[in-house]
Design a protein around this ligand. Structure first.
Ligand SMILES: [Zn+2]
Length: 432
């Protein structure tokens, strides 16, 4: 037995033991479809790169950081010289429009489909203005145009417009303006190589206190027409960030997802335990339910507590979720690896005064600069002292991860990895 089990384990991992190498971060591949749910905090932003390299943006996230986070999400996948062929803004709430003006400023956006954006906030006023000022852009405003129902193809990627309204039907049992705006959400289904993802904005399917079995408004509309316009999907981005007024049972049954992504942040107690439970009881494994607010802990008792760390305020930017669909139909879903660079050479183990120290250079979760992280098994004064003696790396900000930080979270309860490696490499399938 090595005197230094952590180091031994690391070396074994670097040599490719434990059934393989480091699991690779998901990345766009030629001929494949790549989708990124950008962690903008309590908002929704989805960037799609189709098999023929078309850029599609569905919603543009929260207005925090002046919308730059959504812009960065697009920039991470497309240079600004690349046109955005289609932008869909599901509805008029600012947590879905936050980065629209930034993206319109920096990219040539060729087509925008939006609900007509009641100017209820400065964000929506600015967005309307930016769309109308965008040169050579088709402005499909549902206030003036019929909903473009049906399927459009980009390469072999199909985008089906399922529903969307400027004003949802009057006979829907909606109880407030806010709910009306949400219920009109433009819903689309993206399909490639037999795999599909459903995006529903803040669609409404029930009321907060509805009895089990309730299925109303947007979700009922989608369910009622599912024979003609299928909604069954491998991946669903849960309506309304996992709020309890969406994800009704009938809707979940017809969508029948294998994966659920909650685009949530530290606000509104999203995703709710009630919505998460409905997906779980429909058979979605807990390991295939991802959230852009990993570790978040909000007071109030409604938030789903899976993976939450007491008192943790989850920041935007550290929990993007990536999907890759290969032409052979293989579907991969995982959190974006922003924590660590992929190259094993970026990890160095040292023994300093008998203390095992691991050095990692990783991308800073919210800024594109390398951060330099030192870890030791426990936080004894001797170990902290030993960490201090490691010379700083040039060009990187120096960070001591004396305790698991928000970006080093473990979200799976049953994890075979020892503490240190788990914190360093994440517990999920670095080494399947
Ligand atoms: Zn929303």
């Amino acid at each position: 037995m090595s005197k230094h089990p952590v180091l031994a384990a690391l070396v074994l991992t670097l040599l490719g033991d434990c059934s393989g190498q480091f699991a690779k971060a998901l990345e766009p591949e030629p001929g494949a479809v790549f989708v990124r749910l950008v962690d903008t905090g309590a908002g929704l932003c989805c960037v799609i790169k189709t098999d023929n390299d078309t850029a599609i943006v569905y919603d543009t996230g929260h207005w925090n950081a002046s919308g730059f986070r959504a812009l960065q999400g697009v920039k991470d996948l497309f240079p600004t010289t690349h046109p955005v062929t289609l932008m869909v803004l599901s509805h008029s709430d600012s947590d879905h429009l936050g980065g629209a003006t930034r993206i319109l400023e920096e990219y040539a956006v060729q087509e925008v489909v939006h609900s007509g954006l009641e100017p209820v906030s400065q964000t929506s006023i600015n967005t309307l203005r930016a769309i109308s000022n965008e040169p050579d852009c088709d402005d499909i405003n549902l206030h003036y145009y019929d909903f473009p129902e049906g399927t459009f193809t980009y390469g072999d990627t199909k985008v089906t417009f399922l529903c969307g309204w400027h004003t949802p039907p009057e006979d829907w049992p909606l109880t407030s303006d806010g709910e009306r705006f949400n219920a009109g959400s433009i819903c689309i289904r993206v399909e490639f190589a037999g795999k599909s993802i459903l995006l529903c904005g803040d669609a409404v399917g029930r009321h907060l206190n509805s009895p089990a079995g309730t299925n109303i408004a947007t979700e009922k509309y989608l369910c009622d027409r599912a024979d003609e316009f299928p909604i069954a999907s491998d991946v669903i981005v849960a309506p309304h960030h996992g709020a309890n007024n969406g994800s009704s049972e009938r809707f979940i049954e017809l969508v029948d997802p294998d994966w659920v992504v909650f685009s949530a942040g530290h606000d509104h107690q999203h995703p709710t335990a009630a919505a998460a439970e409905r997906y779980l009881s429909s058979g979605v494994p807990i390991s295939q339910m991802l959230r852009t607010d990993r570790g978040d802990d909000e007071p109030g008792g409604f938030e789903w507590d899976e993976g939450s760390e007491p008192g943790h305020v989850d920041p935007p930017g550290d929990d993007d979720v990536d999907l890759l669909v290969r032409p052979n139909g293989e579907l991969l879903v995982d959190y974006r690896y922003v924590d660590f660079l992929d190259s094993p050479s970026e990890v160095r183990a040292e023994i300093i005064d008998g203390v095992e120290v691991l050095e990692v250079v990783r991308a800073h979760p919210s800024r594109n600069v390398p951060a330099w992280v030192l870890e030791a098994e426990s936080k004894s004064p001797e170990e902290i002292e030993a960490l201090d003696r490691v010379p700083a790396r040039e060009g990187a900000s120096r960070t001591y991860a004396g305790s698991p930080s928000s970006s080093l979270k473990c979200h799976e309860r049953r994890c075979a990895r020892p503490g240190l490696l788990r914190r360093l490499f994440g517990c999920r399938a670095r080494c399947r």
